[in-house]
Design a protein around this ligand. Structure first.
Ligand SMILES: Nc1ncnc2c1ncn2[C@@H]1O[C@H](COP(=O)(O)OP(=O)(O)OP(=O)(O)O)[C@@H](O)[C@H]1O
Ligand SMILES: [Mg+2]
Length: 366
């Protein structure tokens, strides 16, 4: 197991500043997911930790030792790549054993480790086969097997599931999570898929343009995003954002939209944003925090909103209903049988306890 600490890390590719000052402390045994849009520097950061790229500035410490000048093979780190590049003319066994043979492990030890890894990954009966005869998911397991036989202190995964279909991804996701539980090793996992990040991580590090935008436990980021970027990146469907104004009313505050709709802010939330009374804001609400008003149950903070539904997308369990609010299309996640169809007028309720208010000039959540 390993503790990883990055401080003041920078990496340039010529004029391109790919990693811009990363400070990160990863405790032993933690599953950290680095997530962010394409090109934000995730792979570069991971490759720098592995030693496949050289940091221009800053320190990489593993277990208290600065490893910047250690060759990749001396860092005791195993990496699984997105394109898992198995050797086509080697059997599954030989693919998994390759790294051990290169390190001159004794034969019996190799046999033992390969057998253990194969059992853990459920590919024992595939060991004599060749990669071309395997499914995508089986190949992915071989690639992971190749990494875990080395028994490295730190595991790095770069989008290992992105070549798989949706169902296999879900299966492998659960398998990787189980693997982490069973091995107890420190793992750093890169993905651009926010669902993968939410489901796998002990901690999410959300990267934007080579910098950390926010880090924390998945639910922490989901429920307390610090910026519009974080709020919009996590969650599906994407959070709805609508320009509005924050206005004083009856000693409290309301969110007022162009066209006249008004949503009062619950008293408990007023004080924190009072200083912004009279300002333009961006109102953010997740689809699941808009429901059908049932007339009776009025919990504090549920604000009614009259809408005309213009698009209905059933998923089976839930139905996504789109309507126009102040010129912006907003999606609500309703119960499957809440709706007749497009054109319907109905009263929804917005859970104002859960909405975010964003300062449009800084994109920070108020
Ligand atoms: N070897 C390289 N030479 C020059 N520029 C590079 C190199 N590798 C990456 N870059 C650039 O550095 C930036 C970060 O790339 P990186 O591969 O780390 O992004 P990423 O977050 O992994 O993206 P993706 O989700 O698409 O894999 C990008 O602008 C990319 O074009
Ligand atoms: Mg990448």
């Amino acid at each position: 197991m390993a503790r990883v600490r990055l401080s003041g890390l920078h990496k340039h590719y010529g004029a391109l500043h790919a990693v811009r000052g990363i400070d990160l402390d990863i405790p032993e045994g933690e599953f950290t997911v680095i997530v962010g849009p394409s090109g934000c520097g995730k792979s570069t950061l991971l490759r720098t930790i592995a030693g496949l790229e050289h940091a221009d500035q800053g320190a990489i410490e593993i277990d208290g030792e600065v490893v910047n000048d250690l060759a990749p093979r001396d860092r005791d780190v195993a990496m699984v790549f997105q394109n898992y590049a198995l050797y086509p003319y080697m059997s599954v066994f030989d693919n998994i054993a390759f790294g051990l043979r290169a390190r001159k492990f004794p034969r019996l030890e190799i046999d033992k480790r390969v057998a253990e890894a194969a059992a853990l990954l459920g590919i024992t009966d595939q060991l004599v086969r060749y990669p071309r005869h395997l499914s995508g998911g089986q190949r992915q397991r071989v690639a992971i097997g190749r990494a875990i036989v080395r028994d490295a202190r730190l595991f790095l995964f770069d989008e290992p599931l992105s070549n798989l279909d949706a169902q296999l991804r879900e299966e492998m996701r659960a398998e990787i999570k189980r693997l982490h539980r069973d091995l107890g090793k420190t793992m750093i996992y890169v993905t651009h898929d926010q669902v993968e990040a939410m489901t796998l991580a002990d901690r999410i590090v959300l990267l934007r343009d080579g910098k950390i935008e926010q880090q924390g436990a998945p639910l922490d980021l989901f429920e307390r995003p610090k910026s519009r970027f974080v709020a919009g990146f996590l969650g599906s469907p994407t959070m709805n954002f609508v320009p509005a104004r924050l206005e004083p009313a009856d000693g409290g505050l309301v969110v007022r939209f162009e066209g006249g709709s008004v949503l009062p802010l619950p008293p408990a939330r007023v004080q924190a944003v009072m200083a912004h009374a009279g300002s333009a804001i961006i109102f953010g609400v997740r689809a699941e925090h808009i429901s059908r008003a049932n007339g009776t149950a009025t919990r504090e903070g549920l604000a009614p909103l009259d809408v005309t539904i213009d698009l209905v997308q059933p998923t089976g369990t839930r139905t996504y209903a789109a309507f126009n609010l102040a010129g912006t299309e907003v999606v609500a996640e309703l119960e499957a049988h809440d709706l007749q169809g497009p054109g319907e007028q109905l009263t929804l309720q917005v859970d104002m306890n859960r909405v975010v208010l964003v300062d449009p000039s800084s994109d920070r959540v108020l």
